[in-house]
Design a protein around this ligand. Structure first.
Ligand code: GDP
Ligand code: IMO
Ligand code: MG
Length: 443
């Protein structure tokens, strides 16, 4: 049997592009969904028949009983957050048991990770990133420092006790010295986490083996990215980034499938731009128009509820995301949020010190000297919400999408016209390349 097809879903901006919804649409035919990076800093919204799910650690495949969901080794797993999410999915009647598998090599987030993050985010003189306070950064620090706890170790009670005792001693000393934090109780922590480990054990597997065997058996796999290109630890707006490889390369290292097994990379972009947390944002709107986009797009963080910063579509960043990830297909979401506009400014180029540049700066301070060059695209000023075919779209909306294609060199394969699973336009070539069901078959 031939190897199953694969696609990576990657955020092309600063996260919250609508990846959750798009993964859900793809799982109409894909058999396996694997998360490869991040942790419960992610919030992926999926709306099925009016019912809303906000998935943080569990991949979107869980909402289809025939789908297998995998949390890969690249993820940092908070056992308490996972158990809470699993419990609420079970309560909603979702089949989790037998469908969800967690890598034995994923890193574990422990309470001292949150303690360290809180301390350093609030410490005087430190750059405040505006993190989600989930312990993500300190947990990846421990991973790279080779002193982390992996899921396989969590299940080994003796090892768990020794690890927690040693780590607490060390972290309590550091946090007290640097941030004057109150010490954490290692004994209590061990008891809680040993109990959680028992509940997690049935989900744990060697998921690299599971995924490679699934591919060899001809099953199709979608790799669900978290965060976005500009939050990637290497390629994003460092240091205002998350601590993992959010870009498509992370799909390989974060799951244990070889690079040669990746067929397609699909970049998700909003029809405009948002970011939550601190850091550069060249096309940001800080005026009433920005507030208007926030209201119409309901731009409030799915995890923290923080208002998202808003701005116009940034094509230099989208081209950069295309280059870094190898994006061949783009999915444009939230087109309907622009329905009221008569004119839509789009950033087409950057100028630095009056000179045009194709480069994206490596330093956060480099962004301060960027001047966005805008082109005003005609708006369509008519509702597109819920449209399901390209033909229905107003001419100006089709031109807007064609302009994105021309400027990025990627094709638009899907357009999202509302938050619900059904509020989606699928382009026929995309449907045939990805082996999806045609819109007629969905109806
Ligand atoms: P993710 O983190 O990339 O999965 O995105 P989030 O779920 O954090 O944020 C996307 C938000 O936009 C969610 O509230 C979605 O329900 C919503 N959404 C997704 N696609 C569309 C769309 O086409 N139109 C509108 N109006 N909302 C959408
Ligand atoms: P999804 O998968 C948007 C941002 C935080 C902060 C920075 C670092 O839903 O798109 P962290 O807690 O990761 O150390 O915070 O990254 N951030 C996200 N922004 N969407 C996300 O995930 C994010 N995950 C982290 O706001 O600026
Ligand atoms: Mg999100």
């Amino acid at each position: 049997m031939n190897r199953g097809k694969t696609a990576v879903i990657v955020g092309a901006q600063w996260g919250d592009e609508g990846k959750g919804k798009i993964v859900d649409v793809l799982t109409q035919t894909f058999s396996v969904v694997a998360r490869y990076a991040g942790g419960h800093n992610a919030g992926h919204t999926v709306i099925v028949n009016g019912k809303k799910f906000i998935l943080q650690l569990v991949p979107g495949g869980i909402l289809r009983p025939e789908c297998t969901s995998v949390i890969g080794n690249g993820v940092v797993l908070d056992p308490m957050a996972l158990l809470k999410e699993v419990a609420s999915l079970r309560d909603a009647g979702v089949k989790v048991d037998g469908n969800l598998f967690i890598s034995n090599r994923a890193q574990v987030i422990l309470p001292y990770h949150r303690m360290m993050e809180l301390g350093s985010e609030n410490a005087p003189g430190r750059v405040k990133i505006g993190t989600t306070s989930r312990g993500i950064g300190p947990s990846y620090e421990d991973k790279m420092g080779r002193r982390g706890l992996r899921v396989a170790d969590l299940l080994d009670a003796k090892l768990l006790r020794t690890h927690i005792e040693n780590a607490c001693r060390e972290k309590n000393m550091i946090a007290h010295a640097l941030f004057n934090s109150d010490p954490l109780d290692a004994d209590k922590m061990f008891k809680e986490y040993a109990e959680a480990a028992e509940k997690i054990a049935p989900f744990v597997r060697d998921t690299a083996l599971l995924l490679n065997q699934a591919l060899a058996a001809g099953k199709s796999v979608v790799f669900e990215g978290a965060q976005g290109t500009m939050l990637d630890i290497d390629h994003g707006t460092y240091p205002f980034v998350t601590s993992s490889s959010a870009t498509s390369g992370g799909a390989v290292t974060g799951t244990g499938v070889p690079p040669t097994a990746i067929d397609t990379v699909i970049g998700i972009t909003k029809a405009y731009c948002t970011r939550v947390g601190g850091g550069p944002f060249p096309s940001e709107l800080t005026d009433a128009q920005g507030e208007d986009l926030r209201k119409r797009g309901n731009e409030y963080g799915a995890v923290t509820g923080r208002p998202r910063r808003t701005g116009w579509l940034d094509l230099p960043l989208l081209r950069y995301a295309g280059m870094i990830n190898g994006i061949s297909w783009l999915v444009v979401t939230k087109l309907d949020v622009l329905d009221h506009l008569k004119e839509i400014p789009v950033c087409v180029r950057y100028k630095v010190n009056g000179k045009e540049t194709a480069e994206v700066p490596a330093q956060a301070c480099g962004y301060e000297s960027i001047e966005c060059v805008y082109r005003n695209m005609p708006g369509w000023a008519t509702p597109t919400q819920g449209m399901r075919t390209v033909e229905e779209l107003p001419k100006a909306a089709r031109e807007y999408l064609a302009f994105i294609e021309k400027e990025t060199g990627a094709r638009v394969g899907m357009i999202s016209t509302g938050p619900d699973r059904e509020q989606t336009i699928l382009v026929p070539d995309f449907v045939s390349q990805l082996g999806l069901k045609s819109p007629a078959a969905r109806a």
